[in-house]
Design a protein around this ligand. Structure first.
Ligand code: AN7
Length: 371
């Protein structure tokens, strides 16, 4: 007997499956919302389209039928949300004929800038605070071919330097003061609404320079104006307690936190962030390093999701203010970076340790297992 298979017999691929299989990167997907033309030379690694994952263990802690999802942007090509901004910033730099880009970075921006700039054939200069960039991020920047300059200062010092250099020399600044960065990053809000069918009630997000919270707000507003959502979320930004200028109300000269990605004392997008907070009836709250680490371990060990410490600040923050969450609310926490970025923190702060020096035989291993 012969089996004939025609396409009519096959199940129809869902719209979601089509979207995943045909994904062309966020500039192609959201072209109508972005400052590009038909002749813009798009530089892409097919970033975006990251999963929105339910986290039932975290929702259970809150109770009251609250639903919680994480937007796992650590699954972007270089492992962080920075790819969304960088595809736009490097595309526009290429369009303008730039040969070199520069950024200050706590690590993730440098990895993304390096990857996209090198792909576009440009030099990438990254200025980092010496000793305060997680190992995976430094490894990426070097291997992608960036020229890495480690300065004896913090991120805020590095940002001041690169701002001045980009004014004086022919090199394009790709920190989030570059407006194209936020244009690209706003697409994460589009993706959330596209998947959920509406905006969430709350968006919880870690805050450093406050570029990302500003970009999300822009995205939610543009989609709302386009009739794609019925309401806007309350924007809940969380800073590490030792690096919390928005809670202090003034820049912090010596920011300190184990979450080195957000070890930032003088955010570049200060006014924009306060506008977001006011317009969205949102809040900025601090989370301690202990709270960040608790959320970091909880996400990994209860939900199977490995993010970097700074990203866990969004979940730490949600749990901190959980009594304020309305009953039945839809909450999205943004997980900005992949856990593999920072293997040292994972090993240092993990509850479990490796059983070492075990003889390589069945009895010895079974004994360790408790049998
Ligand atoms: C994982 O890479 O500033 O509030 O130089 O890497 O938009 O600054 C990184 C920031 C959150 C904060 N989570 O975002 C850099 C850098 C992670 C980050 C933030 C960063 P913004």
């Amino acid at each position: 007997m012969t089996l004939s298979i025609s396409s009519a017999n096959l199940p129809q691929a869902s719209e979601a499956a089509n979207r995943a299989n045909n994904w062309q990167g966020l500039i192609e997907t959201y072209r109508n919302y972005l400052p590009v033309t038909d002749t813009t030379p798009v530089v892409t690694l097919l970033e975006g389209n990251t999963p929105l994952i339910p986290v039932p263990a975290i929702a259970n802690i809150i109770g009251r039928q609250v639903k919680v999802h994480v937007k796992y942007d650590g699954l972007n090509p270089t492992g962080s949300f920075k790819d969304r901004g960088m595809t736009m910033a490097i595309t526009k730099a290429k369009e303008a004929g730039a040969n070199a880009v520069i950024c200050a970075s706590t690590g993730n921006t440098s990895a993304a800038a390096a990857a996209y700039a090198r792909r576009a054939g440009m030099r990438a200069f990254v200025v980092i605070p010496d000793g305060y960039v997680a190992l995976g991020k430094l490894a990426q920047a070097l291997l992608y071919g960036a020229e890495v300059i480690a300065v004896k200062g913090n991120f805020d010092d590095a940002l001041n330097i690169v701002r001045s250099i980009s004014e004086k020399y022919p090199v394009t600044l790709v920190n989030s003061v570059n407006p194209y960065r936020l244009q690209g990053q706003k697409t994460a809000a589009f993706e959330i609404v596209d998947v959920m069918g509406d905006a969430p009630d709350w968006l919880c997000i870690p805050v450093g320079n406050a570029g990302n919270i500003t970009a999300y707000w822009m995205g939610f507003n543009e989609y709302m104006q386009d009739g794609k959502s019925s309401h806007l979320p309350k924007m809940m930004g969380f800073q590490a307690a030792g690096a919390a200028p928005f809670i202090a109300g003034h820049p912090i000269p010596d920011p300190e936190t184990i979450a080195t990605a957000i070890r930032i004392g003088n955010p570049a997008n200060w006014e924009k962030a306060h506008k977001v907070q006011q317009e969205s009836y949102g809040e900025f709250n601090p989370v301690t390093d202990e709270e960040i680490l608790d959320a970091y371990r909880l996400l990994a060990s209860e939900e199977g999701i490995f993010c970097e410490p700074a990203s866990a600040a969004s979940v730490a923050g949600l749990l901190k203010v959980k009594d304020q969450v309305p009953t039945g609310a839809n909450v999205v926490c943004v997980l900005t970076g992949n856990g593999l970025k920072d293997p040292s923190s994972a090993i240092e702060y993990s509850v479990n340790e490796t059983y070492q020096g075990i003889e390589a035989n069945i009895d010895a291993v079974a004994k360790v297992m408790g049998f």
